[in-house]
Design a binder for this molecule. Structure first.
Ligand code: G3H
Ligand code: ZN
Length: 281
């Protein structure tokens, strides 16, 4: 069944676990994520990246909405990292009600103003908003320590940002990066604890692929209740394409199985197994 992301994150918070949000690009991705969620009785978020939306357009949204409606577990459909007002309007028109308004490439004032404007529009349509303060890097960035810290979320500014924009979930930058990490993963947990104290809305961590399990657990303890996963799923899919299969259905079936294994492992790690049962009570 389709539910709001806000409802899922609130439940995760009260049960001290986190919801897995997985980027999907096609039918195989949708089947893998929902298959794992149903098998483990876990709620889940299906995420569409703007690049996937450009490719799949409204039919991709329709696929996700239909799959969520038929699922036996709570599923929310979320537009990830969106910095285009046009794409946000298209998503709302097509029925999406959970959107990441991404103004993180802008300076603070411009981010606040873009996010406030879009949040008002999304709230009017009954949707919920995730936003990012700071800037999550790609692993190719190779930043110096001061450059890296300048991109992290400032806990004091975060309180102002949340109050001014009215967003419902905050994506934090504490040393997390998109794609594979170079070397040891190092998170600024002191910063995460300070952000948790300064804002009351649910916190989100991007760049979960490759983060060691103990760091994920520590993030949950410090209030992260949504983890975004993309790279590990894409890698699982691409590895299948490198194997020899002689039939397209065999390729698709193997891709679903490979991605479902990744999703299942993450749902266990996020401790959301069985949360769907608690939600239906
Ligand atoms: O928004 C999507 C995520 O932040 C995915 O990050 O590709 O490093 O798993 P990842
Ligand atoms: Zn992300």
């Amino acid at each position: 069944m389709q539910v709001s992301s806000a409802e899922l994150l609130a439940a995760a918070r009260s049960y001290q676990c986190a919801v897995g949000a997985f980027n999907i690009y096609n039918l195989e991705g949708v089947k893998a994520v929902i298959g794992a969620a149903e098998a483990l009785h876990s709620p889940v978020v299906l995420q569409i990246h703007p690049a996937a939306l450009t490719f799949g357009e409204r039919p991709l949204i329709a696929l996700c909405l239909a799959a969520a409606d038929q699922a036996t577990v709570p599923v929310s459909i979320h537009l990830d990292h969106c910095s285009s007002a046009d794409a946000i309007s298209l998503a709302l028109e097509a029925g999406m009600r959970s959107i990441m308004v991404d103004g993180s490439q802008l300076d603070y004032e411009a981010n606040r103003s873009f996010t406030s404007e879009q949040t008002a529009q999304i709230h009017t349509r009954g949707g919920v908003v995730e936003a990012e303060l700071g800037r999550i890097s790609g692993s190719e960035d190779g930043l110096s320590v001061p450059e890296r810290e300048a991109r992290m979320t400032d806990p004091i500014l975060a309180a102002d940002y949340v109050a001014q924009t009215g967003v419902d979930m905050l994506a934090v930058c504490i040393g997390n990066v998109h794609g594979r990490y170079r070397g040891e993963v190092q998170f600024d947990f002191g910063r995460l604890a300070a952000i948790r104290k300064s804002v009351s809305i649910p916190l989100v961590l991007h760049g979960t692929s490759g983060v060691p399990n103990e760091l994920v657990r520590r993030c949950i303890d410090l209030g992260v209740c949504k983890f975004n996963v993309n790279t590990e799923l894409r890698e699982a899919y691409m590895n299948v394409l490198r194997q020899t299969h002689h039939d397209l259905i065999d390729v698709m079936t193997a891709a679903v199985a490979a991605m479902q294994a990744v999703v299942s492992e993450k749902l266990r790690l996020f401790n959301s197994v069985g949360l769907a049962d608690a939600l239906s009570k």
